[in-house]
Write a protein that binds this ligand. Sequence first.
Ligand code: NAP
Length: 277
Amino acid sequence: MTKQLGVIGYPLSHTLSPVFQQAALDYHAIPVTYSAWPTPSESLPQTVERLRGEEYMGFNITIPHKEQLLDLVDDVNDMARNVGAVNTVVNRDGVLTGHNTDTYGFVRSLKEKANFDPRGKSVLLLGAGGAARAAAYALASEGVERLTIANRTVARAESLAEDVGSVLGEIETVSLENVSGDADLIVNSTSVGMASGDSAGQTPIKAASVPRDALAYDMVYTPAETPFLCSAQEAGARVLGGLWMLIYQGAAAFELWTGKHAPVDIMYQAAQQAMEQ
Ligand code: NAP
């Protein structure tokens, strides 16, 4: 029986996970197939039940199911419980354990690809959805000094600030239009600027709000040069896009499933080639 891995979400037309996970499996000559399994919300519980089968080693979860998975698995690790979202599941003899590797991917990309250590720093986080929750908890656990959360819907920023505040202390919230500079790191975790979305070509904040000595980080990775990163670069800031976060969250998942070291450069190249096509 061929063992299987895959990603569930809906729709899944743009996912890069099958390309770079298969590249990692092939690199280690692991006889496992990684596939995209488009899963509409109404069939999510049945799909998760089916994935308990012995041929399935586990799976990734993407939009819009990360939050709902919390209630469908048998156990979740602390980070996934705190963030309130599961993006990776490991299947051991039919018992499903949920993890959140977005937090790891975010921090590792910051440290290794931008040489940025969040400890003691001031951070402006744009967004309050699932990706922002992962970033906020990751930054809190890395010892950030000051966190401001800006979101179009301020109530959602306030709710996230309240949750993360129990770990980090008081967190400022603001609407996206009222953002002002003064941060070591600005993270775009909204979907604004995503090539396939309603706000393609737009930036979440004005270039004037990006300090020259800041690092601008965009979780959006299509296009590679997002409008936010282009305007931050014009303002003189250093920039980093979201592709390495995607690779590192996938690398952590790969290691949980296989116990083998993830070949991150090979995974990155495979993803980049797929994006260019
Ligand atoms: P989500 O839960 O749907 O949250 C979307 C966020 O974007 C919310 O804060 C929303 O604000 C904001 N937003 C959407 N459209 C907007 C607009 N026109 N103007 C202003 N704000 C807007 O999505 P998510 O899971 O957090 O994902 C967010 C982005 O991060 C996506 O582009 C996703 O691809 C990316 N991501 C990347 C990685 C990676 O590995 N690089 C990992 C996870 C996510 P409201 O609350 O006001 O609606």
